[in-house]
Design a binder for this molecule. Structure first.
Ligand SMILES: [Zn+2]
Length: 436
């Protein structure tokens, strides 16, 4: 059929023979799909049915997902290139909102060459299906924030690596009792002029996307309000807050819980603490609280993972909390000011049994989550894509395969192993052995 691309001359790529995750479901060529094609031909009898775009295919132009109906009827356009996905699942790229480093790189270490480190990590995590992330800094002295944060900038992903959505600052305004792997001598409290002190500590909030703090600290409400006002997501964690303190923080604007169950009070039926937010009836209407889960089989018992998932499935956000040792052989690595020992999937502060981040990859977490909860493939994939995008308020462009979204997506097999990673419609990683 003649191509009249009135909107753009950019090439149009049609990914065929795939199952797209859209509207919470894997779309298949179905009887309904076939009926839809017939319907389209009836609407435009001059056209050949073979030319009709299938809704079950993925169409991409200029890095965005295209609505094939608009292309077909309004522009009379068709695909320039067709790519056979060999029955792969196509899902939105994963978004990791808590990752401390990997491949020997520790984001919390002050260095003037931060760029080469973050470039390496963003490149390597493409093979895990991560197409954008929030580099995370654990509690550090102000000098580290001052040196590192100006070297982080929000940027799009591409062949060079996953996109950077902004930094996640975990601490130093957290509880001494629940410090976990964070160095005690760097912890801070909110004193008079709390928000100014936070600004002075971090130096700048320009590239900051998430701040994890302990809401039981005095003056936390005003800090939460100030951060929220600036579009920064406030997450509750490393905290001994009771439920009413946690609810108050949410009422002031907090929307996230940092690695649920870890580094907070254990669930108690008379005061379930931060965990109680999952079923609280004091969440302002129209708001959703999200919670991070490190689904590596170490940080959370599968039964606890199931409890959280069943109580509040739409809030579950998979995070890796990966540290420098992720992707490397077991041994000693750093996490900011601390030395960490890695033994298999266990990561401890050297000489202790204090867990300190993980060495799990995002694709492993997705598979473990699905196995542990018995949830659907769709649910497992959305916990690593749609939900983190909703948390950050970017679901209009990331975390879904809706029309006009960024074409950041993955091809996966039925066991949820990543076969290929695409950013803005370009292939940025592919598993060689499958010869796809
Ligand atoms: Zn933590």
């Amino acid at each position: 059929m003649p191509s009249n691309k009135s909107v753009s001359d950019a090439p149009i790529v049609q990914f065929t023979n795939c199952r797209i995750l859209r509207d919470h479901q894997l779309q298949r060529i179905t009887v309904t799909g076939h009926a839809y094609l017939l319907h389209m031909v009836q609407m435009a009898p001059e056209l050949d049915m073979c030319d009709c775009p299938s809704r079950e295919d993925l169409w991409v132009r200029e890095g965005k997902i295209l609505n094939p109906e608009k292309l077909f009827f309004d522009e009379k356009g068709s695909a320039d290139v067709q790519l056979d996905c060999k029955d792969s699942i196509i899902a939105p790229g994963f978004i990791d909102v808590q990752i401390n480093g990997g491949f020997g790189v520790d984001f919390s270490l002050a260095t003037d060459d931060f760029k080469s480190g973050i470039d390496l990590v963003s490149q390597k995590i493409l093979s895990h299906g991560v197409t954008s992330f929030c580099p995370t800094l654990v509690t550090s002295p102000p000098s580290v924030y001052h040196q590192v944060l100006p070297q982080i900038s929000v940027r799009n992903g591409g062949a060079h690596g996953a996109g950077i959505l902004g930094a996640h600052l975990e601490g130093p305004f957290i509880s001494k009792e629940k410090k976990g792997a964070h160095p005690e001598h760097c912890l801070r409290t909110f004193e008079a002029g709390a928000f100014q002190d936070l600004l002075a500590t971090y130096g700048s909030l320009d590239c900051v996307q998430i701040v994890t703090l302990a809401p039981e600290m005095r003056r936390s409400s005003e800090v939460i309000r100030e951060l929220t006002k600036r579009g920064i997501c406030v997450s509750l964690g490393h905290s001994v807050a009771n439920l009413s303190q946690a609810e108050e923080a949410v009422q002031h604007g907090a929307t996230f819980i940092t690695h649920l169950f870890n580094a907070m009070l254990p669930f108690h039926h008379r005061d379930p603490g931060i965990v109680g937010l999952l079923t609280s009836d004091k969440i302002p209407s129209g708001r959703r609280v999200f919670y991070g889960m490190i689904s590596d089989g170490i940080h959370t018992n599968p039964a606890a993972l199931r409890i959280a998932h069943r109580a509040h499935p739409k809030g579950l956000v998979l995070v890796t909390d990966a540290i420098a040792g992720m992707g490397l052989a077991p041994g000693r690595h750093t996490l900011g000011q601390q030395v960490v020992e890695i033994d298999g999937l266990n990561t401890y502060i050297a000489g202790t049994k204090t867990l300190s981040g993980s060495v799990a990859t995002m694709d492993t977490c997705v598979r473990h989550f699905q196995e542990a909860t018995g949830c659907s493939v769709e649910t497992a994939l959305e916990a690593a894509s749609l939900h983190p995008a909703q948390l950050l308020g970017i679901e209009h462009k990331k975390g879904t395969l809706n029309y006009d979204s960024d074409a950041d997506f993955l091809m996966l097999n039925d066991s949820l192993y990543v076969r290929a990673t695409y950013i803005a419609g370009e292939e940025v990683w592919r598993q060689d052995v499958l010869g796809m």
